[in-house]
Design a protein around this ligand. Sequence first.
Ligand code: NAP
Ligand code: ZN
Ligand code: ZN
Length: 346
Amino acid sequence: MLTVNAYAAPSATEPLVKTTIERRDLGPSDVLIEIAYAGICHSDIHTVRGEWGPIAYPQVVGHEIVGVVTEVGSAVTLHAVGDRVGVGCMVNSCRECENCLAGAEQYCLNGNTGTYASVDRDGTITQGGYSTHVVVVEDFVLKVPESIPYEAAAPLLCAGITTYSPLAHWNAGPGKKVAVVGMGGLGHMAVKIAHAMGAEVTVLSQSLSKQEDGLRLGADHYFATSDPETFTTLANSFDLIINSVSAPIDINAYLRLLRLDGTLVSVGAPPEALPVQVFTLFGNRRSFAGSGIGSIRETQEMLDFCAEHGIAPEIELIDAASVNEAYERVLRSDVRYRFVIDAATI
Ligand code: NAP
Ligand code: ZN
Ligand code: ZN
């Protein structure tokens, strides 16, 4: 066992505190990663505060991890000591169900092993990336291209893949009108990626306060959802809407913005239900869908796509001691556009 520093939530209601945790001894297929940077995803906050259901404490979260391989197990072939690598939202899956065999292990029918708050194969609860080191089985470790700025790469491992996957699946590209609801961590990556794919991109944000940024990141249009006119102006407009909002919204109002055969995909995961009126779906033969992260193969494809198109997240680098303050800013939608913890300060 390796004892390492980490920031953990002691309970659903207390701030995160510095502590130590144990990482398992390297198995034959494991790699040991010295973490350099860890992104803060809104899912970390939903999880530690028990908003998605009860969890065991203390819990270390963080599933946007980049670092360097410092040791490899005897059977490892995919990675070598010194490689720049990443770990996202899952660290294993059953490898034998229909979905795993189809290369969609994020939808493992036996439940993928989440990077944190999940039961690992040895029965322990997985502990995430707000830590100095992590041990992960080699085929759930991604290669992070050197051309992506090191500090900014971490958020690609969740915010990047979670938006790339539905944009690719629903064919965002030239001639397609794509709207992104909410411009936070996921939303700002959706804007960049959809723009790079060649789609016409519209941001639907609560206010116009981030309009300049949105247009700089690649949006063609920017509207405030606090203005009821927005919903009249944009009715029947979009082929694809990516909802990245962490709180409940009036989903029917957004569905009415879809044109014929359009799809609204929610990647945002509020604990509350988003009730859909079926008559809203009848109009324009609309679809309402969800999407969860992406497969390992697709995550590597996304990293290579971002390297090729020169795309990287916009980040605010923080010391680990500022994590609780960062959480409060995320909750106020005051994030530009992803907090990344410098693991050297953990
Ligand atoms: P985030 O950085 O906090 O961004 C969420 C954005 O939603 C905010 O920046 C804000 O954008 C908007 N928003 C927040 N509260 C709102 C409200 N009450 N009404 C309307 N808009 C509001 O969060 P994130 O890290 O991007 O995560 C977003 C959601 O995706 C979370 O629920 C997270 O758990 C989920 N998630 C899902 C997956 C998946 O696999 N499906 C993966 C990762 C995260 P504006 O200020 O521009 O309005
Ligand atoms: Zn996440
Ligand atoms: Zn499976």
